[in-house]
Ligand binder design. Structure first.
Ligand code: FES
Length: 155
């Protein structure tokens, strides 16, 4: 079937079966590799994107069901000429990524959190990241990076 998807402000015509996961369309059809395949069953958060500003597990969500929604991937957070988003800079400053496989999902979850709660408590940050797995064990640095970004965005 053919349908349109709006990703990072651009509209694309997609041809895929009705149940093809959004993650596959983003990576294989649109070349947006920010979202990662981790578990494939909605449990690790590596595939997280934003749908109308809210986190969505793209490994489970059919692409065809996203018609009419605004989707944002990690690539969509960057400014003109690839300028890094404040969250990306904060993750670098705190050296929050080791293998970094989980980081795109973490950053998008943090972006949704900071939009809703610009000054979250540490408990709110940890609750947001609860369903995002980091196999390198960088969670404390990731929390610090989000706190740093919140401060910088407020300042
Ligand atoms: Fe989607 Fe793990 S790959 S939640």
């Amino acid at each position: 079937m053919a349908f349109t998807l709006t990703v990072n402000g651009k509209t694309h015509v997609i041809e895929s079966s009705e149940d093809t996961p959004l993650l596959y369309v983003l990576r294989d059809e649109l070349g947006l590799n920010g979202a990662k395949y981790g578990c494939g069953v909605g449990q690790c958060g590596a595939c997280t994107v934003l749908r109308d500003g809210a986190p969505l597990r793209s490994c489970l969500a059919p692409a065809a069901a996203q018609r009419g929604h605004e989707l944002t991937t990690l690539e969509g957070l960057q400014g003109p000429e690839g300028a890094l988003h404040t969250l990306q800079k904060a993750f670098l400053a705190e050296q929050a990524g080791q293998c970094a496989y989980c980081i795109p999902g973490m950053i998008l979850a943090a972006e949704a959190l900071l939009r809703a709660h610009p000054q979250p408590s540490e408990a709110e940050i940890r609750a947001t990241l609860d369903s995002h797995l980091c196999r390198c064990g960088s969670h404390n640095r990731i929390v610090r990076a989000i706190q740093r970004a919140a401060k910088e965005m407020a300042g």
